[in-house]
Ligand binder design. Structure first.
Ligand code: TMP
Ligand code: ASP
Length: 250
């Protein structure tokens, strides 16, 4: 079902953003397009949009209940979400609880090493530049966020981790790492935005010790492991089992 929407405002790799009747809110459509390695690898994955939308809605509601301000207003269909209109800050904020991925490719840290407190990495959200890793000095130089805003971003990201890490543990999933995007609402409030889903998190099945079989996130697509949607479906099943049904805006 497609909700009544206005003009297309923005199209990204995984979502489209449309105007809604309320100028302060926009409608986000989650697409089935999957990309990796800065869109060098592409596929259509049937049902991905629905799964990511449904998982994200429940996680945003959980975070809101725990006092984390998010852009989420409610669901507007199986693959649609109504959210506050924000200006996205061009940072990809990555929290790492367990070493893997680019951290292990770029440093001698061994795969699977626990990281506590979590490592927070900042990347510049710019596909043309390949989302490069930033330093705090580069964030200042680029004028992306002043020190006070950067500190607020870090605090919010760590609160998200403090909520999600035990939540996922409770459904037998290890939150290895994840990426967040934040935005500024029209009144200047900093809000968690974008999505939180197996596209943007690494989730390992704690009950499975096999290094490949335990992967329940987009790494299945990145590494050609197969069973991508089955894995996302398993994540939704576990999240659904613990979170109430998300509110509907229509
Ligand atoms: P990385 O190990 O490749 O740096 O990824 C860290 C986390 O960020 C992992 O959970 C996947 C997520 N991520 C995105 O959501 N989008 C991206 O473009 C990249 C590179 C990573
Ligand atoms: N999100 C990035 C892309 O679509 C990379 C990734 O998630 O691996 O290309």
């Amino acid at each position: 079902m497609t909700p009544d929407h206005g003009e297309l405002l923005y199209e990204g790799k995984a979502k489209r953003v449309f105007a809604s009747a309320d100028p302060d809110r926009v409608l986000v459509e989650f697409k089935n397009d999957a990309t990796a390695f800065n869109a060098q690898k592409k596929a259509q994955l049937d049902d991905k949009g629905r799964l990511n939308c449904q998982i994200s809605a429940r996680l945003f509601e959980l975070l809101e209940r725990e006092g984390v301000p998010t852009h989420y207003c409610g669901l507007a269909g199986e693959t649609w979400m109504l959210v506050r209109r924000v200006e996205i800050i061009p940072l990809e904020v990555v929290l790492r609880n367990t070493a893997t991925g680019s951290l292990c490719r770029q440093t001698p840290i061994a795969e699977g090493t626990a990281i506590d407190p979590a490592l927070l990495d900042l990347y510049y959200k710019d596909d043309a530049l390949g989302d490069p890793l930033l330093t705090e000095a580069r964030v200042q130089l680029l004028g992306v966020a002043d020190p006070a805003r950067l500190s607020a971003i870090e605090q919010l990201a760590r609160r998200v981790n403090a909520v999600l890490l035990p939540f996922f543990e409770g459904i037998d999933l290890q939150l290895v790492d994840f990426k967040l995007e934040l935005g500024l609402a029209s009144d200047g409030t900093l809000l968690l935005a974008d999505e939180i889903s197996p596209d943007t998190c690494r989730l390992w099945d704690r009950g499975n010790s096999n290094a490949e079989d335990r992967i329940l996130d987009k790494d299945r697509f990145r590494k050609d492991l197969g069973g991508v949607m089955e894995a996302y479906g398993e994540v939704l099943k576990r999240v659904q089992g613990t979170c109430p049904n998300p509110r509907n805006c229509l």
